[in-house]
Ligand binder design. Structure first.
Ligand code: HEC
Ligand code: HEC
Length: 493
């Protein structure tokens, strides 16, 4: 038989082709496994976080590391490389983050390995309160309380400003990282050629959506405030920038079970959302910055958070209360305030014309935005009652539990103390400093003037956009003795 060289050749070539293919596959699998290990493998957080509900709320991952996380070592060295871009001395502490002694990261910052350690945020970054009863007293931390010290505006800008800076490059960052840790050769290569350039790019992508933070005709939000619906508008539904600005206080989120959506109660200051479940979903999606990897897992997190915040109660007032005076104050409250704050109206929207406070927050959101945002969430395969698809008409008559710790007052934090809120709008302070954590038991709120408050706090000017202190004149014409008694009663809530 005549050997067909071609056949033999084909046969042999076929064998070697198979061999190469097998080799490539093996290499590919190893490479794939390597890439998966180095970039995507998820390691559980330590048990001191996952086993303790308060720790989990403060430091637990809600899954934001994957798409919104910052590589740990970059996060670590940014304040060292860019101290001039911070709002003050002290690294991340200069943003007024809540930092517990002995913790590596501030409350609200979660660390998790997704391929490599990454840092992201959770609800606690805005929803943990801190206060001191005196300048020399230790700080007290209250999970689910409002973070009235956080300068979120400055934090957002810092990350973008760092990425924009020519000093944000692999040489500078690696030099600084080498001073604080010993990465393996392969991790150094990965950081230098992939992680640093990709992080820079990802941070720069936010610049456009954060454009309203850079407007010179808008005031900074100041400590303890967040322009939440504009964030939703520019990040979730990606609307072009408009001229609205509506920073609000961070709200308390304790005792969420008090909201009864079926009785017409609404969530958020302007009543833009139907129920706690929806607000928690939307807040968590905002932190994730991308659709969840796994909806069941995500909604499991949401339910855990909802149970946790529903079970929490407002903390007790930490100074003595004159019980007899407070009892007299209750009668004043029942006559003057209860119609909105302890009745069927509580938790429902009071028309703007009736309450008379600043309308700027209302103007940051509308029916069309609600429809689009609801669609975005529905398209992720997540069902929830969602945002209210109707025009916003006023502000929610707040539940007043723990009101002593929710200063400054009104949705936009424009009135420093409860005593000031009982003054007619024209006699309320027009300039004060927000974000200092020492409490003032006389006026009932935080100290908002004087050397320390001015050194640490940010200046609030009620004539600036989004900062108006008009309206809510209820009780302002009461006799002084009634006001005093009412103030005493408000401490008991
Ligand atoms: C960046 C700061 C920030 C983060 C992070 C954040 N929130 Fe909020 N949250 C706010 C602000 C500000 C509001 C008020 C928004 C408004 O009405 O304008 C709010 C409103 C709420 C409300 C409604 C409160 C009420 O009484 O109407 C709930 C509930 C809530 N947040 C829960 C959460 C949960 C749960 C998370 C984490 C998944 C979270 N938030 C993350 C800032 C934040
Ligand atoms: C007609 C209804 C109504 C009456 C009466 C009323 N309030 Fe209010 N209250 C509201 C509404 C609505 C808001 C939210 C306004 C805003 O934030 O712009 C509010 C907000 C507040 C806040 C601020 C809550 C926060 O988280 O900052 C306090 C404190 C308060 N009211 C106390 C009182 C007291 C004390 C009285 C009686 C002297 C009173 N209110 C009477 C409707 C009312």
């Amino acid at each position: 038989m005549k050997r067909n060289p071609l056949t033999v050749g084909t046969h042999q070539r076929g064998r070697s082709l198979l061999l190469v293919l097998a080799l490539l596959l093996a290499l590919g699998a190893a490479g794939g496994a390597f890439a998966w290990y180095k970039f995507f493998r998820e390691e559980p957080q330590p048990e001191w976080i996952t086993n303790d509900p308060d720790m989990r709320f403060k430091y637990g991952s809600i899954g934001a590391e994957r798409d919104a996380g910052i590589p740990y070592w970059i996060f670590y060295v940014l304040p060292r490389v860019f101290p001039d871009l911070l709002p003050g001395p002290g690294g991340y502490a200069s943003f007024g983050v809540v930092w517990e002694e002995g913790q590596e990261l501030p409350a609200g910052f979660s660390k998790k390995v997704v391929g490599f350690p990454r840092v992201a945020n959770n609800c606690a970054s805005c929803h943990v309160a801190s206060y001191r009863t005196a300048p020399d007293a230790a700080p007290v931390f209250v999970p689910t309380g409002p973070n009235h010290t956080l300068n979120l505006w400055a934090f957002f800008r810092f990350l973008v400003d760092c990425a924009k800076d020519p000093r944000f490059n692999a040489d500078n960052l690696m030099a600084e990282i080498r001073l604080v840790t010993d990465l393996s050769f392969i991790d150094r290569v990965i950081y230098r050629f992939l992680i640093i350039p990709i992080t820079k790019k990802r941070l720069l992508e936010r610049e456009q959506q954060f454009a309203w933070l850079y407007r010179t005709d808008f005031p900074p939000w100041g400590r303890g405030r967040d322009d939440a619906m504009n964030l939703t508008k520019y990040f979730m539904i990606r609307w072009p920038m408009d001229d609205s600005l509506g920073p609000t206080d961070m709200p308390s989120i304790w005792n969420l079970g008090k909201y009864k959506p079926e009785q017409g109660m609404r969530m958020n200051f302007a009543g833009d959302s139907h129920d706690p479940y929806s607000v928690i979903i939307d807040s968590a999606l905002g932190l994730l910055g991308a659709p969840p990897k796994n909806n069941d897992e995500f909604l499991g997190q949401v339910r855990w958070i909802q149970d946790y915040v529903s079970a929490k109660r407002a903390p007790k007032y930490p100074f003595p209360i004159d019980a007899e005076k407070a009892a007299r104050g209750k009668a004043v409250f029942d006559a003057t305030c209860a119609a909105c704050h302890a009745s069927a109206r509580t938790g429902t929207v009071v028309p703007l014309a009736e309450v008379g406070t600043s309308r700027d927050r209302i103007d940051t959101w509308n029916e069309k935005a609600a429809r689009e945002a609801n669609k975005v969430v529905r398209d992720m395969g997540i069902e929830r009652p969602g945002l209210v698809e109707a025009p916003l008409t006023g502000y929610v008559a707040a539940f007043l539990d723990g009101i002593w710790l929710r200063a400054p007052y009104l949705h936009n934090g424009s009135v420093p103390t409860l005593q000031d809120l009982l003054e007619p709008p024209s006699r309320r302070p027009t300039v004060f400093w927000r974000g200092y954590d020492v409490y003032d038991p006389v006026k009932v709120g935080f100290i908002t003037s004087g050397a320390e408050a001015e050194r640490i706090g940010t200046r609030h000017d009620t004539s600036a956009k989004g900062g108006g202190n008009e309206g809510h004149a209820f009780g302002t014409d009461l006799p002084p003795a009634d006001k005093e008694a009412l103030l005493e009663y408000l401490k008991t809530l």
